[in-house]
Design a protein around this ligand. Structure first.
Ligand SMILES: [Zn+2]
Length: 387
């Protein structure tokens, strides 16, 4: 176990996340010998991933040489693929965006035309920031549907006709580097965590047309046995009036059939509001329209009853709401908080924070970058680089 807990990847992670700033810190954190740590640090320095800079405070004796992660050792491509638009960013190895470009697309055009457009945008943004395909260490892609993470292939994505089983990584052949593909909710969840190194347990709940949840355990995405963890949109919800709503999955009374964006629009139209999109319902609520406010708050309460169960089961530090319906902000949160705090066990709810994403548009790109960086800088690839 000593060899894994002080592997090059682990040492790099301690420095990247700010837990260690010197060889002495690494020795103290890992319990490995000073010689072992020094040899691996030297390998990481020659691989350009660590650099030495300055002197730390001495605690008696010679002050330690400080170590820094060289986040400019390479770059990653981050692709946030939506239903109607795509954003492509180039970031450094700490997920700082160096350049970004967006373009409208129609995901239903299929993988050929859409990924050709992504390729064009990627080349454009790389050129804009003065980098070449050879500088790209890894590619991260978020797509609006379920993905088999190990192969990067979408799996029966309901709103991506023509994409089932398509090998998305094959579209990035010119970069000769690993390509990681995951569903947009998991990717956004990583983006909400921000920089690497958080060890929090967080649920990131996206309420758009559907409802999905990214599960972050100890700062990392939890995908489950088949990769479908967090698919909370199809959890059954009891209806107080005994009403039955059929979900697009064929089951009755799924959460998203009652409280998702599609349901909100349906109920708003039925209530006589002059709206054609869920965005318009959200806007009316923001303007204080009583009927729209009531519908958004009810949706929040329904989502909150499911989240209360998840809080009892998972005991997260935080819940972050994101997606188009989450833009409704206060009235949605009010409904969610009411149900969560009323129905969760006191110990689990005591320090729980429920918030709305501060940068929902950015989290897809930052998350795709973080996914690529974390996977790329894992054990094996760092080991290979530092050899
Ligand atoms: Zn369903």
């Amino acid at each position: 176990m000593a060899s894994t807990s002080a592997s090059a990847g682990v040492l790099l992670r301690h420095v990247r996340t700010g837990r260690a700033r010197s060889r002495a810190d690494l020795v103290a954190l890992t319990g490995a010998s000073r010689n072992t740590v020094s040899a691996r640090v030297d390998q990481l320095i020659s691989a350009n991933l660590l650099e030495e800079g300055g002197r730390g405070w001495s605690t008696g004796g010679r002050p330690p040489t400080l170590l820094r992660f060289n986040s400019r050792a390479g770059c990653v491509l981050a692709v946030d693929l939506g239903v109607t638009s795509v954003d492509v960013a180039v970031t450094d190895l700490s997920a700082q965006i160096l350049g970004t470009v967006g373009h409208p697309i129609d995901i239903a055009d299929g993988p050929g035309p859409v990924l050709a457009e992504v390729d064009r945008l990627a080349q454009q943004v790389l050129a804009e920031v003065g980098l070449t395909p050879g500088d790209v260490c890894a590619v991260g892609v978020g797509v609006p549907g379920p993905v088999e993470f190990s192969t990067g292939r979408p799996s029966h994505p309901p709103i991506m006709p023509g994409w089932h089983d398509y090998p998305v990584p094959s579209a990035f052949g010119r970069y000769d580097c690993p390509v990681y593909v995951d569903n947009d909710v998991n990717v956004m969840a990583l983006g909400e965590m921000g920089v690497a190194g958080s060890v929090q347990d967080v649920l990131v709940v996206k309420v758009g047309t559907g409802i999905g949840c990214g599960i972050i355990v100890d700062g990392r995405v939890y995908r489950g046995a088949q990769g479908s963890a967090g698919d909370i949109g199809h959890i059954h919800v009891a209806q107080p009036d005994g009403r039955t709503v059929v979900c697009r999955c064929g089951q009755d009374n799924c959460l998203e059939a009652i409280a998702g964006g599609g349901a909100l629009l349906r109920d708003a139209v039925a209530a006589g509001l002059p709206v054609a999109t869920v965005r318009e319902v959200v806007r009316l609520a923001a303007q204080g329209d009583g009927v729209a406010l009531g519908l958004v708050r009810d949706a929040g309460r329904t989502i909150g009853t499911v989240l209360a169960s998840l809080v009892n089961f998972f005991n997260p530090h935080r819940i972050v709401m994101t997606g188009g319906v989450a833009q409704a902000g206060v009235p949605l949160l009010a409904g969610i908080r009411e149900a969560v705090y009323r129905r969760s066990m006191p110990l689990a709810a005591r320090a729980l924070e429920v918030t709305v994403s501060e940068a929902p548009d950015l989290s897809g790109r930052v998350g795709a970058a973080l996914m690529a960086i974390e996977e790329f800088l894992d054990e094996d690839s760092v080991q290979a680089l530092a050899r």
